[in-house]
Design a protein around this ligand. Structure first.
Ligand SMILES: Nc1nc2c(ncn2[C@@H]2O[C@H](COP(=O)(O)OP(=O)(O)OP(=O)(O)O)[C@@H](O)[C@H]2O)c(=O)[nH]1
Length: 316
């Protein structure tokens, strides 16, 4: 032992940790460097090798280090974690050989590898954080886009709505009629236009006041809306004038529709009492556009007024 201790004295300052361990695993001697790594101010002599390595290292010692020393008499470059007195792990690479007296373990520190690993982990964390942030930003963008779409829909709705009655307005009426005329040209399915105008509305205003006139318009709007079926699109297109585009209905169907509406209005109770409407009807011709169809329905409406009001006239 004396000769071993004298050798250890010489190798204290080497940049490697040295351990001398007897065959039963008890430390016989260690150099100062090794003692520093495991945080020991005292000699490690007499302690077991397992006391200075990690839990996983102990299993590794049993399953790899000891068998290798027994079978081949040496070990080359095995990775191991030393356990310091403050329980921190210290990565080392181990080379060892079995001498006549004991096993000689030489440990080299792996600070660079540790540093590299922690840098790698930090970079990975950074990348994960960035991915998470990008995902959150994307979700936010999707939310904003949905809100924008919602606002656009509301704007679109507002732009095509009559504020007084809540019915669609002239803009909607025109685009609906355009669309249905295109459909007529493509499929030859009938389309009809119905124009509805309140009779003597001026006198309602004059007699009951403008506000009551407004209420009459609102009430008629509700009545019309309540009596629309599928493919019947109603709009308020002027002061006291309403239009209904009837998809898939010919002039005869449209006259029946208009008669039904005329009777419903005639029999309804309005805020100002009794109200009637005159109605002009025209079935679209394949060769005419929005303007031509509207003019014919409007002429039919004036004919209904001229004929005494509260009646339906079909444009021939
Ligand atoms: N209260 C109210 N009145 C309106 C509105 N828009 C238009 N008017 C009025 O509607 C009246 C329409 O009058 P006219 O075009 O002479 O027609 P009319 O009195 O209904 O007579 P005929 O259509 O010939 O039966 C006018 O007095 C307009 O001031 C509105 O939004 N609210």
């Amino acid at each position: 032992m004396t000769s071993v201790e004298s050798v250890v004295g010489d190798i204290d300052q080497l940049p490697a940790g040295i351990l001398y361990v007897d065959y039963s695993g008890v430390i016989v001697a260690s150099n100062q460097r090794f003692n520093e790594w495991v945080g020991s101010n005292h000699s490690l002599t007499g302690k077991h090798f397992n006391d200075v390595i990690s839990g996983a290292g102990r299993i590794f010692n049993l399953t790899h280090i000891q068998p290798a020393l027994q079978n081949t008499g040496h070990i080359e470059e095995m990775f191991l974690h030393l356990k310091s007195s403050n329980k921190e792990l210290f990565s080392v690479v181990l080379n060892a050989y079995r001498s006549d007296a004991c096993d000689v373990f030489v440990f080299l520190p792996m600070k660079k590898r540790q540093q590299f690993e922690s840098e790698l982990m930090a970079a990975r964390k950074e990348a994960e954080d960035a991915t998470l942030a990008a995902k959150e930003a994307f979700q936010h963008l999707e939310k904003v886009q949905a809100e924008l779409q919602d606002k656009n829909n509301q704007l679109e709705e507002l732009a095509s709505t009559d504020p007084l009655t809540g019915l669609h307005n002239r803009r909607y009426f025109q685009s609906t009629l355009d669309r249905e005329l295109v459909h007529l040209h493509e499929t030859n399915e009938p389309v009809s236009l119905v124009l509805i105008d309140i009779d003597h509305f001026k006198s309602i205003n004059d007699t009951h006041g403008h506000d009551m006139g407004d209420q009459t318009l609102e009430a008629l709007g509700e009545l019309l809306t309540a009596n629309m079926r599928q493919c019947e699109y109603v709009s308020r297109i002027g002061g006291e004038e309403f239009a209904v585009v009837l998809a898939q209905q010919n002039g005869e169907d449209a006259v029946q529709f208009a008669e039904r509406i005329r009777r419903i209005v005639e029999n309804a109770r309005f805020p100002t009492g009794h109200v009637t409407v005159s109605i002009g009807v025209a079935e679209a011709r394949v060769d005419e556009g929005v303007q031509g169809l509207y003019m014919r329905a409007d002429t039919a409406l004036y004919d209904a007024k001229d004929a005494g009001r509260n009646q339906v006239v079909l444009s021939q």
